[in-house]
Ligand binder design. Structure first.
Ligand code: BV8
Ligand code: ZN
Length: 261
């Protein structure tokens, strides 16, 4: 199914970066970023809703969207793509996993030290004093299509709580961004999985890796900006391609291996 040169590149790689976007969680039934606008938010532009301005204009509309998305994540399970990536971490001791996703499915699949460049749904904080806010345990019970929901108040200063994600127009977390760039420059194999490669500056990571002569392997269901740069464009579902790639390259049966964990 895969070329000998690709399998050889996987078997000889020393320093590997895996960079993921919303497409890696699609087979866990988490709507990709551009598909997450259903129900109440169907007519909104994500690039307007996922902004500080959007939140300030209508905190209940935005907080309700994130609570609905957090519920989707808590109800979801990691899929074979997440499991395969967790297995790859065993194969490549120097593997760096970088994600744009705000879910915790990589961690729940067994990946450790995941670099979240766009934050997390599970770490809200106070808009005013920036203190972390502890969400109630359990799964929010949001109606299908969601609802407007007034954000909780900070227990320390009474300020409004905001999602712990990086919105458009906001800077990325410095330490994570520095670590991601260093890994991209140092790696000899860079996987770009399930991302439209449209959002900046994270979309520059693959270009940085290519500039430093890494082998770029893209796995995506649609053509992207990265097609012209990638050495290998594997078109299809990450949850099917990644386990097959691990099987052919390393004789690894991803799902069985994860069951023994
Ligand atoms: C910044 C968290 C410096 C929130 C996200 C004007 C003003 C300010 C900034 C800008 C501007 N113009 C441009 C910018 C830069 C802007 C940007 O890039 N805009 C884009 C839209 C052009 N970037 C920023 O603002 C960044 N910050 O630049 O700071 C600065 C500061 C101040 C002023 C100026 C500059 C911050 C960007 C972070 C935004 N936050 N997420 C939330 O989640 O609600 S981004 C959001 O998009 C998600 O993180 C998502 O992951 C990410 C990227 O999308 P993808 O992951 O690629 O998902 P997408 O749906 O697009 O694609 C999924 C792909 O998977 C598809 O291609 C599909 O084919 C494929 N797929 C589907 N199923 C499968 C599959 N593949 C494989 N298998 C499957 N089964
Ligand atoms: Zn506060």
């Amino acid at each position: 199914m895969f070329s000998d040169t690709l399998l050889e590149a996987l078997r000889t790689a020393q320093k590997v970066v895996v960079f993921t976007g919303a497409g890696v969680s699609a087979e866990s039934q988490i709507a990709t970023f551009r598909d997450a606008l259903v129900g109440l938010w169907a007519n909104f532009n994500p690039e307007k809703l996922a902004t500080l301005r959007g939140y300030k204009q209508d905190p209940a509309l935005v907080w309700g969207w994130y609570e609905w998305r957090r519920m989707q994540v808590l109800l979801a399970q990691p899929n074979p793509a997440h499991l395969a990536i967790a297995q790859m971490t065993m194969r490549y001791p120097a593997l760096t996993l970088i994600t744009q996703n705000v879910d915790d499915l990589h961690e729940r699949a067994g990946s450790t030290s995941v670099i979240h460049l766009h934050g997390s749904l599970h770490r809200p904080h106070c808009l005013a004093c920036r203190r972390p806010h502890a969400l109630p345990s359990g799964i929010p019970d949001e109606p299908e299509g969601g609802r407007r929901l007034a954000p909780p108040r900070c227990l320390h200063c009474g300020g409004p709580i905001r999602p712990g994600v990086v919105w458009f127009g906001e800077n990325l977390p410095k330490a994570e961004w520095r670590a991601a760039n260093k890994a991209a420059k140092d790696c000899d194999l860079f996987f770009s999985i399930g991302t439209s490669s449209l959002v900046h500056p994270v979309a520059t990571l693959a270009l940085e890796a290519a500039k430093h002569r890494a082998c770029i392997v893209q796995i995506n269901t649609q053509p992207t900006e990265l097609d012209r740069v990638a050495h290998y464009n594997l078109v299809g579902k990450a949850g099917e391609i990644l386990p097959a790639l691990c099987r052919e390259a390393f004789g690894l049966d991803v799902c069985a291996e994860n069951e023994t964990q």
